[in-house]
Design a protein around this ligand. Structure first.
Ligand SMILES: [Zn+2]
Ligand SMILES: [Zn+2]
Length: 238
């Protein structure tokens, strides 16, 4: 069984449901915890004030449902130096930070756009060069070293990285690698590196609709079939 789902979206960014609807859906699935992780602040619809409003709704939803509702952010890595789209003074007040990369977020500057973003529009057509992959890898690792990140979301999806290197850095820092129900295929060909890395995992839905909250079984089964020990998936309990 699963204890929680730590990556869900609401109308505070591009999700369809409210915080309460996500929490109710999680409760219905038998989860004890849920994190609301709307997109970071460079996506223009999300700002820090909005986060504080979302946090308030999380507190209310927690009271209403009786399950734990964590107020988080899915931050974007926006530069090769590992900057994320959260102002330094806003980092500490955020309860739970996961980091990912989204090609439609705003890069820190034009040079970053060409270094990191441009090629991600053509994934499948253009292969990420070895040099770019190494740079992307450094970006993700720098982000987990600079910020109190709990989870690396949808690793190797969109932004191609050296999966084994990121996994080793996550193992060292105690950061979880996400098994993302929507983007689990991005880990294809890298399962042995993940298994050998010593990192732990969390399986998340990345739900954008309440009905997808807690829909974790297929991604879990897929990861286990590919050699991940269920004991290393922290939100799974036998
Ligand atoms: Zn994402
Ligand atoms: Zn997401």
């Amino acid at each position: 069984m699963f204890v929680g789902d730590y990556h869900t979206h609401t109308t505070f960014s591009d999700g369809k449901g409210s915080v309460l609807e996500n929490a109710l859906a999680a409760k219905e699935r038998g989860l004890a915890e849920i994190a609301v992780t709307d997109h970071g602040f460079r996506i223009l619809t999300m700002g820090f004030k909005k986060y504080l409003r979302a946090k308030k709704e999380c507190e209310e939803a927690e009271k209403r449902t009786g399950i734990r509702v964590i107020a988080g952010i899915e931050a974007d890595v926006v530069s090769p130096e590992g900057d994320v789209d959260i102002r330094p003074d806003h980092v500490a007040p955020i309860d739970f930070i996961i980091v990912g990369f989204h090609k439609f977020a705003f890069p820190k500057n034009l040079s970053t756009f060409f270094k990191m973003y441009f090629v991600t529009y053509f994934n499948g057509l253009i292969r990420t060069s070895k040099k770019a992959r190494a740079r992307n890898t450094r970006a993700i690792i720098a982000a987990i070293e600079r910020y109190p990140v709990k989870v690396v979301a949808h690793l190797n999806h969109s932004l191609r990285v050296n999966v084994g290197e990121v996994a080793a850095a996550c193992a060292k820092k105690g950061v979880l690698i996400e098994l993302n129900a929507k983007h689990i295929k991005a880990l294809k060909g890298h399962w042995h590196e993940l298994a050998e890395s010593g990192a732990n995992f969390v399986v998340n839905s990345d739900a954008h609709r309440p009905k997808d909250v807690g829909d974790l079984q297929a991604a879990f089964d897929f990861a286990v079939k590919n050699g991940i020990d269920p004991a290393r998936i922290v939100n799974y309990k036998e």
